[in-house]
Design a protein around this ligand. Structure first.
Ligand SMILES: Cc1ncc(C[n+]2csc(CCOP(=O)(O)OP(=O)(O)O)c2C)c(N)n1
Length: 367
């Protein structure tokens, strides 16, 4: 096991003085340690491609390499700037990727991580990115050599790391219970929307909680859980609504809407009234450790208006759920509901495993 602090000190000793990326549960201790760093040294980005872009820009003006951290599911988001800008055959820009390796072979992980876990090394090889797997303290000694290789050859290099390798102090974040509880809200949503209403939910705890609360009447409720493809729930919901008469609700998270915010004006431009958008805003990336999210500084009322939504509803307190949710569900105009929710770290939520059954149920294919 490797102490997060020692890993960070090692990187800093090797001339890395800027960290950026998208949070990941495997790297939770690493990003927890960076949390007190100022913006000039650490920035949480909207998506992994953006983080690679930042690393490229940093290098262009400082000649120093940046550490870009991500979960391997974010590798896809970063492929484009890696292979069409940073690659040796184009601008040849060094950087160090630190990748949380979910779904590594022989490890039992969730459905969405299985394929990505198997192809992570292959993807790096295809992109000509030299990498090492960090397993223990001894591997720390290999890092200077890897960074050296990246700097000398002016190319991205990578470290991949499995679960439970990077340790750290268990920081218990103070949880303010002033807003709405996610579970209470989802329960009300399931009660107030009829069974024909279909919900497309985003990655992480939101889908797992919806799954848990819908499970009693699994065959009656038709939900599509976006266990992977973070940030794409909006476009999936749009596609479903496009060819359906049913009411479709996109149940999204703040980290997720921000990851691919460009989809939002497209979503808002949908011109039938069977599609609705709900943002569960806890101002954090709760499912992977509660890291900061830039949503904290966004005024979603103003944003939703300029994205093209005709109505904005805000829900902040449990006692108003029924009233506001009813108005929102009945609204004929394309509407955006922002629900300010508490963070709760409910790691014990069930995992969604039988994904083909979920799809068949959603598409009403009976077997
Ligand atoms: C492309 C990609 N990058 C990173 C992750 C890891 N990840 C899973 S859930 C999550 C946080 C989602 O945040 P938000 O939408 O605000 O929902 P919350 O967890 O707060 O409920 C992250 C970063 C991922 N699944 N996919």
């Amino acid at each position: 096991m490797i102490e997060a602090k020692n890993l960070i000190l090692k990187l800093e000793k090797n001339n890395i003085n800027f960290f950026c990326g998208v949070p990941d549960s495997i790297l939770k201790n690493f990003t927890n340690y960076l949390e007190n760093y100022k913006k000039k040294k650490h920035l949480i980005c909207a998506n992994e491609g953006g983080a690679v872009g930042l690393a490229i820009g940093n290098y262009l003006s400082s000649k120093k390499i940046t550490c870009v951290y991500m979960q391997n599911s974010g590798l896809g988001n970063s492929v484009n700037p890696l292979v069409s800008v940073a690659h040796k055959k184009i601008y040849s820009i060094p950087m160090l990727l630190l990748i949380g390796w979910r779904g590594a072979p022989k490890l039992n992980d969730e459905a969405q991580h299985k394929k990505q876990g198997l192809i992570t090394k292959e993807m790096l090889k295809l992109m000509d990115i030299k990498f090492l797997e960090l397993r223990n303290k001894i591997d720390l000694k290999k890092i200077p050599h890897l960074i050296d290789y990246g700097v000398k050859n002016k190319t991205p290099v990578a470290i991949i790391v499995k679960k439970n390798v990077i340790t750290g102090r268990n920081i218990q974040k103070k949880i303010k219970k002033v807003n709405v509880d996610r579970s209470v809200f989802i329960n009300e949503l399931l009660k107030l929307s009829d069974n024909k209403c279909k919900i497309v939910s985003s990655t992480g705890y939101i889908s797992r909680d919806l799954f848990r609360l819908s499970n009693n009447n699994f065959l009656k409720r038709k939900n599509f859980y976006m266990i992977g493809g973070m940030g794409h729930a909006q476009m999936v919901a749009y596609g479903v609504a496009n060819f359906s008469k049913n009411k479709i609700i996109c149940l999204d998270g703040d980290g997720s809407i921000i990851m691919h915010l460009g989809s939002s004006p497209i979503f808002a431009g949908y011109n039938k009234n069977n599609l609705k958008y709900i943002l569960l805003n806890n101002e954090s990336h709760e499912s992977v450790g509660g890291q900061f999210c830039i949503s904290k500084s966004i005024n979603f009322k103003k944003l939703s208006r300029s994205l093209g939504f005709k109505r904005y509803f805000l829900l902040k307190r449990d006692k108003n759920i029924n009233n506001i949710l009813n108005k929102f569900l009945k609204s004929k105009l394309n509407s955006f509901l922002e629900v300010k929710i508490n963070s709760d770290n409910l790691e014990s939520l069930p995992r969604i495993r039988d994904v083909l059954k979920v799809k068949d149920n959603f598409m009403s294919i009976k077997k």
